[in-house]
Every structure is written in C-alpha cells, then in structure tokens.
Design a protein around this ligand. Structure first.
Ligand code: UDP
Length: 319
C-alpha cells in the first residue's frame, strides 16, 4: 500500500510510519510540526519508501496531490493535549474541524479509505464506564474550553460518517484512549511523560485535583496494531471503534508508581484544577474502554501493560 499519514511526525503517527514501513508499505507524512517534530521521523529519512512534506492539511492543492498517490489515509493531524486546548481553543476548533473537512473532501474525489483519529474525550464526563461506542456523549457547557476538543472531534466523526452514508466514502473512526509510550512529549500536559520527567529531575510530581480520577493507558504499539488490523478488515468501514486498554489506574497511584519505578526522591504534590488549567475546569472521573467491538471484529487485545509502558518511557527519557 501507499499510505498517507497526516500528523505523521507526531507521537502516534511516527510509530505508525515505523510499522507500515517495516511491513513493506510506502509512507508519506504531511505534518505542520505544530506538535509533531522532525526528531520523531528523522530515523526514517534514509528509507526510500518514506517521504514527507512540512505543511498543513489546509493546503488543499497539495493535499489533493498526496491523496491521489495514496491507497489509504490516516488522518491524525489535530490539536492535542488538554493544556494546549484550554490555552488555544480557537486553533483547536479550527484545526480539528477544518483539517478533517479538507481531508474528507479530497479523499472523497477518489473514494480513498480514510481512518479518522478521534478520542475517548468524546465520551465527555459520562460516568457510565466502560465506555462503548453506542452510548451517549456527555459534554459540559460551551464556556468550559476543554469540551471544545471533544466537540470538535465529535464533529469530525459526524462528518466522516456523513461522507460514508451519503457519498459512499470508505471511512473508519477510531477513538484513542490515552495513548502513551516513547516519543510522547510532556509539553502539552500529558500525564505520563510529565510525571516521568518530574521524577527523573527530582522536581515535584504534580497531581491535578485530588488524584482520585482514573485513566486507562494504551501502549502506542497496541494502537498501531489495532489500526493496521482495522484497515485490513472491510467490515470496519462506516464504523466507530474504541482502541484502548482496560487496565485502569488512579492518577494518585500512577504518581506513586512512577516515583517508585524511577527511585525518585520527588515529593508528590496536589495542584487544584483551576491552577493547572483554568477556573472552573472539569475533569472526567474515570475513562475505561469497552473493547468488545474491536475484539469481536479483528481479535484485538492490548499486549503491553502499564508497568512495561512506564519502563519504556523511563528508559527513553533517561536516554
Ligand atoms: N494530570 C496530572 N498531572 C499532570 C498532567 C495531567 O495530574 O502533570 C492529570 C489530568 O488532570 C488528568 C489525567 O492526569 O486527570 C490525564 O491527563 P492527560 O492530559 O494525560 O490526558 P486526558 O485524559 O486528560 O486527556
């Protein structure tokens, strides 16, 4: 296959590029380097099956060319990280909605398969865990900027499914649940790279809120395997899938684990949400995927648990 990855210099996109190239496919990456980095793909530059363009997906003429050459498009380019989203809500909404519009419009001309990266954030503050793909999404009010991310991604999902229904475009929607692993940057607030960086530096490990909120972290390699399995399964088209790992941990327990595994002397401190993000910030108390749908269709099971993920991230950050 010839594969186009938007946002391919990002954390997930660069791991996806590695796996596709290793499987003998050709990969072209388009990335504006807003949150991605050339460092993530530098090792791929000598590979003749790899090419890249530094530009945004808004460059519609360029995107039209790239889509023409591709058999499959993974649309991963998006604003990421709760911190960034709260600080830059305009860019978040514009990038996430407009970028997907452009990708779908161009892909539709040649009916190319598009995988749209969405997020577990779309479940919002639902407490109905584990989250399954058919349940209601529970958003907060529009003046709380965090929810702009979920709503912008929900619009991407609606648009992708609308193209599928009305124009017969092959589209697959995937909702990622806290994907983590080496190369993820702590710069945009993500908890694991942040905690590991703090623990290794001996600075305080900053738990937001009371730390009783939980997450289920998914190893990036598991996510990549799930993506490759879905594009190889025609029955996945027109559907939405959770991609995650059911192993749940509170942020307090995560902080303790990172401290123990790094042998750090850092103290664990609690920072109120309104200091960490913005006044009135709402977090989601729990986030756990129901994986029945993807398991039943392609036999997906996560293989890498939190301890191994943390060991890899710690080694990566130490190096
Ligand atoms: N968090 C934290 N300390 C940090 C960064 C994040 O306690 O330095 C918390 C954050 O408030 C949330 C959880 O860790 O409850 C996961 O945050 P992240 O930004 O990684 O992903 P989210 O699940 O919010 O998209």
């Amino acid at each position: 296959m010839h594969v186009l990855i938007t946002g391919g210099a990002g954390f997930i996109g660069s791991h996806l590029s590695d796996a596709l190239l290793a499987a003998g496919h050709r990969v072209h990456v388009i990335d504006d380097l807003s949150t991605g980095s050339i460092g993530n793909i530098a090792h791929l530059k000598p590979n003749p099956a790899f090419s890249y363009t530094v530009d945004t997906v808004d460059n519609e003429r360029l995107l039209a060319e790239l889509v023409d050459e591709a058999d499959v498009i993974f649309h991963l380019a998006a604003a990421v990280g709760v911190k960034k989203i709260v600080e830059e809500p305009v860019a978040t909404i514009e990038n996430n909605v407009h970028g997907t519009e452009v990708v779908l419009r161009q892909a539709n001309k040649k009916k190319k398969l598009v995988v749209i990266a969405s997020t577990s954030e779309v479940y919002g503050k639902s407490t109905d865990v584990p989250f399954n793909e058919d349940q209601d999404l529970v958003m907060g009010p529009t003046h709380k900027h965090r929810w702009a991310y979920a709503c912008s991604k929900a619009i991407d999902e609606f648009l992708g499914l609308a193209y599928h229904k009305e124009r017969k475009l092959p589209v697959i929607i995937v909702r990622f649940f806290n994907t983590v692993g080496p190369r993820q940057s702590g710069q945009y607030g993500m908890v694991i790279p942040n905690f590991v960086k703090q623990a290794l530096a001996g600075t305080p490990i900053t738990v937001h809120g009371d730390g009783t909120q939980s997450r289920s972290f998914t190893y990036v390699g598991d996510v990549v395997r799930a993506l490759l399995a879905l594009v190889a399964e025609p029955k996945a088209i027109g559907q939405v899938f959770n991609i995650g790992n059911g192993e749940e941990i509170t942020i307090n327990a995560l902080a303790e684990k990172v401290k123990a595994m790094t042998g750090s002397a850092s103290e664990i401190v609690r920072i109120p949400y309104d200091q960490a993000y913005e006044s009135g910030f709402e977090d989601m108390p729990r986030r756990v995927p129901d994986l029945t749908k993807i398991r039943n269709l392609v036999g997906y099971e996560p293989r890498v648990g939190l301890d191994q993920i943390l060991r890899e991230v710690i080694d990566y950050m130490r190096a």
